[in-house]
Design a protein around this ligand. Structure first.
Ligand SMILES: C[S@@+](CC[C@H](N)C(=O)[O-])C[C@H]1O[C@@H](n2cnc3c(N)ncnc32)[C@H](O)[C@@H]1O
Length: 209
C-alpha cells in the first residue's frame, strides 16, 4: 500500500468520524436525552427480559420506565434517588438487596458496576434474587486511552465513583465465571454509536447456575 493511499484512508476515516460526531452533538442538542444504546439494551435481547425485572442502580429510572411501557413489571433500586417523577425508586445500601430469593425473573445492571466498589457483593445478590437472567451492560476499558476516557467519565459523572472498577472484557468474563454466572450471550455496542465517550461497551447476558 502506498503512502498516499494510507493518508487518503486516514483522511476519509477522520472525515467520517467528524461527521458522525457532529451528528451526535446535533442530536444531543436537539433531542434531549435520547438513549443511543436502546437497541442493544433491549431490542436485540428482549427475549431475556422476563415479566418481573429488578433494575439495580436505576438512576433516573428512564430505562425502567421504558421497560414498563414494554409490559414488564419493574422494581428500580439505587443508592441515591435521582429518579424522575413517574418512578417509585427504592433506596438500598449498595450491597444487600432486601428482596426474597428468586423473586425476579431478570435483574439488570445498566452501566452501574463500574461506579461501584461492591461489584462482587452486588452480583452475588443479583444471583440470589434472580430466577432466569442477569443483564449487565458495561464500559469495556482495556487500552491506556480507554483508561483515560474512563477516568474522565468517572470524575465528571454525578454518580458514585468506584476505585479501579473498570475491567477488560476478559476480566468481566473471568469474574462472572468465578461467581458461577454462566455467560449466555454477549452483545457488543460499536464504539461509533456514542463517539463523545469512545470506549467499547458490552452487554453480557448471564444465567445464575
Ligand atoms: C451511569 S448511572 C446508570 C443509571 C441507569 N442504570 C441508566 O442506565 O440510566 C450509574 C448508577 O449506578 C448507581 N450506583 C452507584 N453505586 C451503586 C451501588 N453500590 N449499587 C447500586 N447502584 C449504584 C448510581 O447511583 C447511578 O444511578
Amino acid at each position: 500500500m502506498t503512502f498516499k493511499k494510507i493518508n487518503r484512508d486516514r483522511i476519509i476515516r477522520f472525515l467520517k468520524f467528524s461527521v458522525h460526531l457532529f451528528q451526535v452533538i446535533y442530536e444531543k442538542l436537539t433531542s434531549g436525552d435520547k438513549d443511543y444504546f436502546l437497541p442493544f439494551k433491549y431490542d436485540h435481547i428482549q427475549h431475556y427480559y422476563g415479566k418481573d425485572c429488578l433494575d439495580i442502580g436505576a438512576g433516573t429510572g428512564r430505562f425502567s420506565l421504558y421497560l414498563q411501557d414494554q409490559g414488564h413489571t419493574i422494581t428500580p433500586i439505587d443508592v441515591v434517588d435521582k429518579a424522575i417523577e413517574e418512578i417509585d425508586l427504592d433506596i438500598f445500601d449498595g450491597q444487600n438487596i432486601n428482596k426474597a430469593d428468586k423473586s425476579f425473573s431478570t435483574s439488570i445492571f445498566m452501566f452501574v458496576l463500574h461506579h461501584t466498589d461492591t461489584q462482587v457483593e452486588l452480583l452475588k445478590e443479583a444471583a440470589r434474587v434472580t430466577r432466569d437472567y442477569i443483564i449487565v451492560a458495561e464500559d469495556i476499558v482495556e487500552s491506556r486511552l480507554d483508561k483515560m476516557f474512563g477516568n474522565i467519565h468517572l470524575n465528571t459523572s454525578p454518580w458514585a465513583k468506584g476505585n479501579n472498577s473498570f475491567r477488560s472484557k476478559k476480566e468481566w468474563i473471568e469474574l462472572f465465571s468465578k461467581l458461577n454466572l454462566e455467560l449466555v450471550e454477549i452483545n457488543d455496542i460499536p464504539i461509533h454509536i456514542y463517539p463523545i465517550y469512545p470506549v467499547n461497551r458490552t452487554i453480557f447476558v448471564l444465567k445464575p447456575i
